[in-house]
Design a protein around this ligand. Structure first.
Ligand code: NAD
Length: 415
């Protein structure tokens, strides 16, 4: 090759590289400008009384932008960015608390709504906890999570619920010394009455609301009651932690992976009257799905110690940790919301507290935990599972408790 040709080739190469860089930087600039324009619109639409400094959030925006472009950008000649999914607005209440601390990380990591779905986190807590919440926001920023588009910390439910797609209602008053269960219920259902009213006014009508704060089933019922414009099917209460605990007990006993235990049911209330039921579940042994009773071969354990271990697991964790379950509760909340968002695999059901339609002779209208399948973000109660006398008695006991809680809660809200 002559010197002239060599010079010409080098010039062309440098030129192409320069064009590529200009192309990329132009796109970065455009995307950033776009983001700021959108931000100023949303800043007018939503008052943000308590925000992390915007400088803290900048790297997150750039990482999201880079993720949006680079995976599909093999050719440097076109300037069409790869389209990312629309951001999902997710509210976490009690975000300064211990479940919130694990939960916001899991949601921000993409574990719930998908690794390619950006999330805007609306974090609600009470006014005295705003300093702590600021620390949580600093840590979210420091996690440099590619899915996190924005963080909106606030003590105002109107801001927290504005246009949200999903809500994890975790925040609740803890039991104080000398407080009766009834007093705690009265205090907490009033919180969920106020939050139901705020959801009704500010959230999208398609919002999916998961209630974690206790008494979860009855709080969910009250929340839905005070949000009449949102379909009541959009509200559910968390019994997934109990399901996970039950599955783990079975997997540990059989020495098999947790993924090989399926269709364990939690019936009733998220309380000590819940009934963990493995009668309809299977364990995979040597590649075959075997009924759990046949796999365990110890009916006395399954009808005794197994049930009480699951029912009392929360207390056992408190005794050991001197704090209540938080990491496992956050994981269960993510599992629950992920099941709603992504659906349940064929042949698999999960447990959640949903409005009873009278299935299995349960009292209509209470939030009873049933086995459900989920498709297109809609749950359906699994019907016609055979119920023996042993199960019937336990299911009725939990139903009775839920009816009492409902009556006390309605009285507390009206009083
Ligand atoms: P925590 O005390 O560490 O945190 C609760 C947070 O909620 C606190 O930051 C508090 O300030 C906040 N809060 C209180 N009132 C609020 C309100 N009106 N609005 C917004 N935030 C408010 O408690 P935690 O360990 O995170 O547990 C939270 C709740 O979850 C408790 O009620 C607990 O019993 C319940 N829980 C449920 C399950 C379940 O399986 N359903 C499992 C574990 C815990």
């Amino acid at each position: 090759m002559s010197r002239f040709h060599l010079f010409l080739s080098c010039t062309c190469l440098i030129n192409s590289l320069l064009m590529f860089h200009i192309d990329v930087f132009e796109q970065l600039h455009r995307e950033k400008q776009n983001h700021f324009d959108k931000k100023s619109v949303s800043a007018n639409a939503v008052s943000k009384p308590f925000r992390t400094p915007s400088a803290d959030r900048e790297p997150i925006v750039l990482i999201s932008s880079l993720r949006a472009w680079y995976p599909g950008k093999q050719q440097t000649t076109t300037s069409t960015p790869v389209k990312m999914a629309e951001p999902v607005r997710v509210c976490v209440t009690g975000a300064a608390g211990q479940i919130g601390y694990s939960l916001v990380y899991m949601v921000g990591s993409g574990a719930v709504f998908g690794p390619d779905t950006p999330v805007i986190l609306h974090l609600l807590d009470i006014t005295p906890m705003m300093g702590v919440l600021n620390g949580v926001c600093m840590e979210i920023s420091d996690c440099a999570l590619p899915c996190v588009r924005d963080v909106i910390p606030t003590d105002d439910p109107a801001v927290a619920f504005k246009d949200i797609d999903a809500a994890f209602l975790v925040g609740a008053m803890p039991r104080k010394e000398g407080m009766e269960r009834k007093d705690l219920l009265a205090a907490n259902v009033k919180i969920f009455k106020v939050q139901g009213q705020a959801l009704d006014q500010h959230a999208k009508k398609s919002v999916k609301v998961l209630v974690v704060g206790n008494p979860a089933n009855t709080n969910a019922l009250i929340c839905a009651k005070y949000a009449p414009s949102i379909p009541r099917e959009n509200f559910s209460a968390m019994t997934r932690l109990d399901q996970n605990r039950a599955q783990a007990q079975i997997a540990n006993r059989l020495g098999i992976p947790i993924t090989d235990v399926k269709n364990v049911i939690i019936w009733g209330n998220h309380s000590s009257t819940q009934f963990p039921d493995v009668r309809h579940g299977t364990a995979t042994i040597n590649g075959q799905g075997v009924p759990i009773f046949d796999a365990i071969k110890d009916d006395a354990w399954l009808k005794g110690e197994f049930i009480t271990t699951v029912q009392k697991r929360g207390g056992a964790v408190i005794a050991a940790r001197k704090l209540s379950s938080a990491m496992s509760a956050a994981k269960a909340a993510c599992d629950h919301m992920q099941s709603i968002w992504q659906g349940t695999p064929n042949g698999t059901f999960v447990s959640m507290g949903v409005f009873s339609d009278g299935s299995y002779n349960t009292p209509e209208g209470v939030m009873y935990s049933f086995p459900v399948t989920i498709k297109d973000k809609k749950w359906t109660i699994v019907k016609d599972l055979p119920i023996d006398d042993f199960s019937r008695e336990k299911m009725d006991l939990s139903a009775k408790e839920l009816c009492e809680e409902r009556d006390d809660a309605i009285a507390a809200c009206q009083g």
